[in-house]
Design a binder for this molecule. Structure first.
Ligand SMILES: Cc1ncc(COP(=O)(O)O)c(C=O)c1O
Length: 306
């Protein structure tokens, strides 16, 4: 989906014009994948734009950095203020927010420690990641021939740019085979997650998701779904999921900030079916919450005051 340019990008504490938001070709992160990043959504609500769980995302950014000894030179509060300013200055009612902290220009070589940590935040209007049709009718997924990277190869707890080459390989393979998205198994053969989403399986009305130890990112949407499900009286159980559990599921859905809550209607030729009742209930609650239509969850909304 093409990026819609806006006026300004926040770079290391300053607002710069969109076309000037550039980095040097010798930036360390470009060569060695030394960037940590977040994907966040801001939704239009009756009280103006609201960023969903902004603080939690920025705290995860800090934690991702910590794993790679990358101290982010801006506090979470400073990055929250920057995000607000950016949404206001670009006059957006809803948008995607992409903060990234990365090792910049300095030395070339694997050790990044002499290189500065640059921080930028970009915002732009972004529709449904897997498409509106996917949200309504579900996606077709394949199990990737690429395995999820092992926690002792690259920790899934770090949302680090270099790790995404693993997701890129799986996504490309899926698209070339005619599917919308890929599910990745870990090195033991259990379901880890999709290329940018966590996975949930419903069987006999019960909801299951792989534990983080299976190699999935601790998704903020995963956590949101778990809370919604518990509040609806149907708490999620963490369980090792095998590929046959996918084939035999009554419902499957994936979730993430970009993909929101997207039903899965087929896995490698096994029909799961149109979005089922559990998926639909969680999806509609999710959209009500992010759009500020459910006061019970206002704590998760970070309203951008005008
Ligand atoms: C690999 C991967 N898994 C899961 C997710 C979902 O995480 P979240 O719900 O925090 O967006 C993402 C997106 O950030 C991701 O990249």
């Amino acid at each position: 989906m093409p990026v819609q340019p806006v006026e300004k990008v926040w770079m290391n504490g300053e607002l710069v014009d969109w076309e000037n938001a550039t980095v040097h070709v010798l930036s360390h992160a470009l060569h060695y994948g030394t960037g940590v990043f977040e994907g966040i959504r801001c939704y239009e609500t009756s009280q103006g734009p609201a960023v969903f769980r902004l603080r939690e995302h920025l705290e995860r950014l800090e934690r991702s950095g910590k794993i790679f000894m990358m101290e982010i030179p801006f506090s979470v509060d400073e990055m929250i203020a920057a995000t607000h300013e950016l949404i206001k200055v670009n006059k957006l009612k809803s948008c995607y927010v992409r903060p990234i902290a990365f090792r910049g220009y300095g030395e070339v070589g694997v050790n990044p420690e002499a290189n500065p940590v640059d921080v930028t935040i970009a915002v732009w209007s972004w529709g449904a990641y897997l498409g509106e049709e996917a949200l309504a009718n579900g996606v077709r997924m394949t199990i990737s021939s690429w395995r999820r990277h092992d926690p002792n190869i690259i920790p899934p707890a770090a949302k680090v740019t270099g790790a995404y080459i693993n997701s890129v390989a799986a996504k490309q393979e899926a698209v070339h085979k005619g599917f919308d998205e890929a599910i990745m198994l870990n090195s033991q053969g259990f379901v880890a997650e999709a290329t940018g989403e966590n996975i949930f399986v419903v069987r006999d009305g019960e909801i299951f998701t792989p534990p983080l130890a299976a190699g999935s990112l601790g998704g903020i949407t995963r956590n949101t779904v778990a809370r919604i499900a518990a509040d609806l009286g149907n708490p999620v159980t963490e369980m090792q999921i095998q590929r046959s559990d996918l084939y035999l599921a009554d419902e499957i859905f994936c979730c993430g900030t970009a993909a929101e809550v997207t039903p899965v209607r087929e896995i490698d030729g096994r029909v799961i079916g149109p979005p089922g009742p559990v998926t639909q209930e969680i999806q509609s609650k999710y959209f009500a919450i992010v759009r500020g239509e459910d006061e019970k969850y206002y704590d998760w909304l970070d309203f951008v005051s005008s």
